[in-house]
Design a protein around this ligand. Structure first.
Ligand code: ADP
Length: 268
């Protein structure tokens, strides 16, 4: 990786330079490999629905459209695959936006009101699957945070807690604050995540391979986006889970306040 001439430069000052060069090139190679993997993953994920859409529309045009049974069935597949494609493109675009824009746009957020509002936006989905959400945020406090990024994180964690859960299941949302950190916890009593895959679910395109997960739509990009957003906010995310019992995602973020009293009226 390193230019051979540089390695043998005898002056100690230059030896330092060589070390720096080596470090940089290794890192560049890694980034290059990650980009190659990413492109190949994206192409694979895009090809699957496109192949289905092309194939089924060709079959329809070749005569299947006159078949009363095949027509609605094939159209349904084309529609579903198009929806998958749309979701995938949206995820890819948000990943692209993240890598160019990790800048934070800060607002004052009154946490309890804010999270309650996010929970309310899930009402139709919750009713459809008969899932109960318990809002366990007892203490209210104001943080200075990025409204858009935070909303994206909460939405994604809630979506997963609902998606990877049986009808009639439960979801708990709570938060707490320590000196310099505040935490948001989303817990469910859903299907759970096998121990050996708990690290991997944050990788791009990683999905747990079992018949249940395969039935639910998804791209495996959701948690990768979540992790990048949290990193942009200088925070961390961790998961604790047991198959058949449920999962708990804990987001820890630096607590930034503006020292003002929390009980003043404000826009949330
Ligand atoms: P997607 O939901 O699009 O598959 P994610 O990146 O959001 O992608 O999640 C990756 C995988 O992690 C999912 O396919 C699912 O198998 C697993 N997973 C995520 N959240 C949960 C959860 N709350 N309970 C069980 N499994 C989960």
């Amino acid at each position: 990786v390193v230019d051979a001439h540089s390695v043998f430069v005898p002056v100690s000052h230059h030896h330092f330079l060589v070390m720096v060069l080596l470090y940089d090139l290794t890192e560049l190679k890694e980034i290059e490999q990650m980009q190659l993997d990413f492109v190949s993953n994206v192409s694979h994920e895009l090809k699957t629905p496109i192949t289905a859409i092309t194939g089924f529309s060709e079959t329809l045009l070749n005569g299947a459209m006159y078949d009363q049974d095949a027509l609605p069935q094939f159209l349904k597949i084309i529609q579903q695959e198009s929806l998958k494609l749309t979701a995938l493109v949206e995820d890819i675009l948000s990943l692209a936006r993240i890598s160019t824009n990790t800048a934070l746009s800060l607002n004052r957020i009154k946490l309890r009101a804010y999270l309650t509002e996010v929970l309310q936006s899930f009402q139709p989905e919750l009713e459809k699957k008969q899932i109960k959400v318990y809002n366990e945020i007892a203490e209210d406090f104001v943080i200075i945070g990025d409204d858009h990024k935070l909303r994206h994180v909460v939405n994604n964690l809630l979506q997963n807690a609902i998606k990877y859960n049986d009808a009639g299941g439960s979801v708990w949302v709570s938060s707490n604050k320590k000196q310099q950190i505040w935490q948001l916890i989303v817990r469910d009593n859903g299907w759970g995540i096998p121990q050996d895959q708990q690290e991997r679910i944050f990788e791009r395109f990683y999905r747990i391979e079992n018949s249940r997960s395969r039935q639910t739509g998804g791209t495996g990009l959701g948690l990768a986006v979540v992790k990048e957003y949290i990193a942009a906010m200088k925070g961390k995310i961790k998961v604790a889970s047991q198959v058949g019992v449920g999962s708990e995602f804990t987001v820890s973020l630096p607590l930034i306040t503006d020292g003002k009293r929390d009980d003043v009226r404000e826009k949330v």
